[in-house]
Write a protein that binds this ligand. Structure first.
Ligand SMILES: [Zn+2]
Ligand SMILES: [Zn+2]
Length: 272
């Protein structure tokens, strides 16, 4: 990796079912094009200071790490508590075996409460094992940290904002010249302005389907936001099986700004 260069690895670019979806025989689910095979949405940041930060722990985490030769993770950000974003968290266990201290997991307070409820053996360990020993393969050593606006992760500056996503909220962030916003129905005006002012090299944005969706951005809404934010490049993520990679690439090529569908294992860069 070049100096002063930060990388994003797209570990998964698919919606909550993953693509192909079990039992579906649509054109995209049956496609031979590897770019139409999408794990659940997650990215890995490799910073210019050589830190690796995982964003979300999907049910596909084990395959995502193996297929991308990822052997370490210095910190983790959880955007929200939905199954497709957190149900692979136990697969961080082997990464914690050799570590002296737990991997810090950053999220917002309400999401941290959900994680304690969902995974008491990881996040309420003392209570959970009050009258019994930890036997067998052990537990992943993870430690919840609550983010505040402008909080630092491993010494790196992040700015966070909560986006509306149905009954919950999703953590969006800016790190240097990169912005990330998944699982959101819209992006409120103050955060749009902040994203614009950050003159992003790269923006990764939610886009679940063509028609409007109750809790996600659909294609037209995502394109409108991407155009206004004005990043040098915008990659669309969390895509469902209506969105065929090649068709979408060609369709978006005709626009007067750089926006494209991401694919699994794609690597992109952004500056300081
Ligand atoms: Zn999701
Ligand atoms: Zn399908």
């Amino acid at each position: 990796m070049k100096n002063n260069c930060n990388e994003v690895v797209a570990l998964g670019t698919g919606t909550s079912t993953g693509i192909p979806m079990i039992g579906c025989s649509c054109k995209v689910c049956c496609s031979d094009n590897p770019k139409n095979k999408r794990y659940r949405t997650s990215i890995l940041l490799k910073t210019s200071s050589n830190k690796t930060i995982l964003v979300d722990t999907t049910p596909d985490l084990r395959s995502q790490f193996l297929e991308n030769n990822i052997v370490d993770c210095d910190a983790c950000i959880i955007t929200h508590e939905h199954a497709d974003h957190v149900h692979g968290i136990d697969d961080l266990r082997p990464l914690t075996f050799a570590k002296q201290s737990p991997i810090p997991v950053y999220t917002y307070d309400l999401c941290a409460d959900h994680l304690r409820e969902k995974f008491p053996y990881i996040f309420k360990t003392k209570d959970h094992f009050k009258n019994k020993a930890v036997l067998g393969g052990g537990i992943p050593k993870l430690e919840l940290h609550s983010i505040e606006q402008d909080s630092k992760i491993l010494g790196e500056d992040f700015e966070f904002f909560l986006l509306p996503h149905g009954h919950t909220k999703t953590l969006s962030f800016i790190h240097k010249k990169f912005g990330f916003a998944v699982d959101c129905k819209t992006i409120p005006r103050p955060w749009i302005e902040k994203l614009k002012a950050s003159k992003l090299d790269l923006f990764i944005l939610d886009c679940v389907k063509r028609d409007p969706h109750q809790t996600h951005l659909h294609l037209d809404a995502a394109l409108e936001i991407a155009k206004e934010v004005g990043a040098k490049r915008t990659g669309l993520i969390h895509m469902g099986h209506e969105l065929e990679h090649e068709h979408m690439t060609q369709e978006l090529n005709g626009l007067d700004f750089d926006v494209f569908p991401l694919y699994d294992r794609q690597i992109l860069t952004y500056g300081e």
